[in-house]
Unconditional design. Structure first.
Length: 63
């Protein structure tokens, strides 16, 4: 699967404002790449601000 950097993912997900679901340990965001491809991005839930660095790695898949 292709990899995107954080700024690309952040732009695709409109600054992480498009939440499409939540689980106990992550939030799922919908995004659209500049090519028009829709993606789903999961980010582990950060309980504490020190855990936010865990969100720097994103896993996504084509919708």
């Amino acid at each position: 699967a292709p990899k995107l950097n954080r700024p690309e993912v952040q732009a695709a997900c409109e600054d992480f404002s498009n939440i499409i679901g939540t689980l106990a340990d992550c939030t799922i965001y919908k995004g659209t790449l500049s090519s028009g491809v829709e993606i789903a991005v999961t980010c582990p839930t950060a309980t504490y601000s020190k855990d936010w660095s865990r969100c720097s790695e994103f896993y996504f898949r084509k919708k």
